[in-house]
Design a protein around this ligand. Sequence first.
Ligand code: FCB
Length: 524
Amino acid sequence: MVRSRPVAYLAMDRRTFVKKSFVTAAGAVLANRGFAAKSLLSQENGSGAVAPSEIDAARFPSGFLWGLASASYQVEGAWDADGKGESIWDRFSHTVGKIKGAATGDVSCDQYHRYKEDIAILKRLNQKSYRFSTSWARIQPTGTGPLNQKGIDHYSRLTDAVLEAGIRPFCTIYHWDLPQGLEDRGGWPNRDLAAYYADFAGILAKNLGDRITTWAPFNMPWTFTYYGYGIGVFPPGKANFDLFLKAAHTVNLAQGEAFRAIKATSSKATVGSAYGMAPAYPKTNSEADRAAAARYHAMNNVYFLNTAMYGEYPKAFVGEPPYKAMGFKPGDEKIMKVPLDWLGFHYYTRRIVSEARGGSRSGTTGHFGTETEGDGGSSSRDPLTQIHVEMPTEGPLTEAGLEIWPRGMYDLVTRISREYNHPVIEISENGCCYLDAPDETGHVPDTRRIAFHRQHLAELARAIADGAKVRAYHAWTLVDNFEWADGYSQRYGLTYVDFRDQKRTIKDSGLWYGRVAASNSLDA
Ligand code: FCB
């Protein structure tokens, strides 16, 4: 997603890093030792690792949807082909100094032209669901107005090819690549975007709704609104907490309007979500830290879910929600309220949260990385939520610097299940960054990635056994791709891409995942 967390990564000496990585690869027995309980947290929550017996016992319902996920800007390339307009990620990546290695998504893995090859990989890996997103600027080059037929034709061909492969198409309508034309009109803080977005969603439903029935309006809405407008590490690069509040409110309205536009156009449509979530554990047992962790959950995990299900903001703030700063108008509660048909969310890693006072209205500065937010000493992220957020390093770290904590999958899924009355759940993303490349025999032996997915899937199976109605799991990601502000320095793919010649090599993790999908079992 965003940048890795260099501080945590560099803070470990290389020997510790290798040891920790080995622990993950070597499996759960060793991993259990690696996760030696050392803090109050681990005593309270148990180790993050998974026992081998649990991996053996893991069962998935028949018909479980094994899937892979991707996002338009990260894979498509063809940034100005066939009438596509400029998106904010095009503008951002073309601006010097914004992306690691001066990388851009101009070509990326060229999936716009090579989608058949990528769908053949999905088929070979026995996948049942492909989660992809649409580029708004391909379809409406400046965000409003008539549709660009060539853009819609592309997604129509892609959808047909996915269906021909016997795979369910799961369309995420918006995965961060806003048309620049709409940013020029104020971007998400401008509430007019809710209506423009609903028009776009309606166009998609009208043209693809005869074949696509699984829709998620937004990928990780908290992330793109906070990173884009609250702290400025994503486009459009603005850092103002009030802009974040406004942007997030427009997105909540847009989610509601789009839900209705899709349903009005396509009777077969089901509308869910693709939220980013991280289970938050209080740093200490104090009431203050527990309350701070609850605010984190409300702000980061369910800020867009609670509004959809109940038409109201969850208790994310120390005081009343800042309705004025959000631009909230009477009646907005009705616009936002749309009972989602199913809930989709991602899990990557967990957070430790404590109460903190102070904080600046433009968010803390410091290191904001993939799945982490600000680490600015003891000050809080902002004065309204008064939380201090850390990503712990008790478990091993991936090569993006994220802590591996499989137990978090269980905790998150069972919590959402409890809190939202046992909805149908889809894991829309889960994955890890490792840089393994083809060896001399042409194989990519990424055993750490296999260990990662096995452990997380075992925890998911445990949540299912305990009653959670999970019907799908999407590994992030089909092919190595443009990893946002990290450019090509991170690889999450189950397929390796040589960006010099676009050659795809299915990694050992991909082959393993293909067997899992065929057998519904983790010993594959
Ligand atoms: C998720 C994003 C996805 C990718 C992964 C690593 O948060 O949705 O696009 O960047 O992180």
